[in-house]
Design a protein around this ligand. Sequence first.
Ligand SMILES: NC(=O)c1ccc[n+]([C@@H]2O[C@H](COP(=O)([O-])OP(=O)(O)OC[C@H]3O[C@@H](n4cnc5c(N)ncnc54)[C@H](OP(=O)(O)O)[C@@H]3O)[C@@H](O)[C@H]2O)c1
Length: 337
Amino acid sequence: MSAPVPAIMRACVITAPGGPEVLALRDVPRPRLGPDGVVVRVRASALNRADLLQRMGRYPAPPGAPTDIPGLEFAGEIAEVGAHVVGWEPGDRVFGIVGGGAHADYVAVHAGSLAPVPDGMPWPIAGATPEAFITAHDALVTQGGLARGERVLIHAIGSGVGLAATQLARMLGAEVFGTARSAAKLDAARAHGMHEGVVPMDGARGIAEAVLAWSNEHGVDVVLDLVGGAYVAESLRCVAARGRYLLVGLVAGTSTTIDLSRLLRHRIHLMGTVLRARSSEEKAEATAAFVRDVLPGLATGALSPVLVAVVPLERIAEGHARLEENATIGKIAVTMD
Ligand SMILES: NC(=O)c1ccc[n+]([C@@H]2O[C@H](COP(=O)([O-])OP(=O)(O)OC[C@H]3O[C@@H](n4cnc5c(N)ncnc54)[C@H](OP(=O)(O)O)[C@@H]3O)[C@@H](O)[C@H]2O)c1
């Protein structure tokens, strides 16, 4: 039998737009149970760039998510089950993605966004898994159609999503080229399966030449661009015919000038994608694909998020500051106990 769910819980609250100092641990009403959802007792979560932007007041929460409690991924035990939900019981160990609210002791989740945590997986690892692996799988496989023997270029390869994507691409039998702004991040990515990489020169210069030399002038079939800005124009120069370009992040900027003729001549598909704003139904589809293709690898340990740090909820501001420095390799997990 699971413990009664308290009316009040601890949450990381954004008290005003600003730096990490605006985050405060507050007692707030716990989220209410809906008929199609569950309430999860969160044991662990992790930090994402979107949390930083939301804290700065530059990325408002999507409809249905708490406006002032960040947190896009959770791992924990089901505490309450909605009247229409079948297949899940209180006490089940689950993880998944939400539009926000996971940096708290309890989070309300649509039942379609639940996946079972593999036996024996520690909470911090489970909490740092869903966002990186669902983002990487949805972009590389569902939208990018990455196939065995193809070549993929991954920007910011030492990031949480980048290292998850590297492992997935290798599991699929693809060849991986990565970029990062330090040799140490490239070394870390090599240890997780990257074949070759380059540190771009000022801005994004040098990427296309390095990729073309590595691929015997073929270019890459898929680009997982977690950076945006000038990286887009530079990378399009080394995309092979019928290549797929997935624009997933914009840390290097929201604008650039690209050669449109290259898109036409090489029949390149340029796609932008985001998870956070998707409807419950779309998140459920991405979760089902994750359960089908990624969960088995997580269960055997062949796939695993790379953790650079674990911070307790009461010290989450330290995690925000650290992520902002761009020096992390992999994920920062947040624990609730
Ligand atoms: N669309 C979606 O649904 C979705 C979901 C999750 C994440 N994302 C995006 O995916 C990206 C990776 O996320 P994450 O959580 O894995 O990030 P992360 O671990 O925080 O890593 C981001 C990395 O981006 C690189 N970077 C930062 N500013 C840069 C700049 N100006 N130029 C080039 N590189 C820069 C840094 O690595 P280097 O020092 O190696 O350059 C940094 O460590 C972020 O852009 C995030 O917003 C999108």
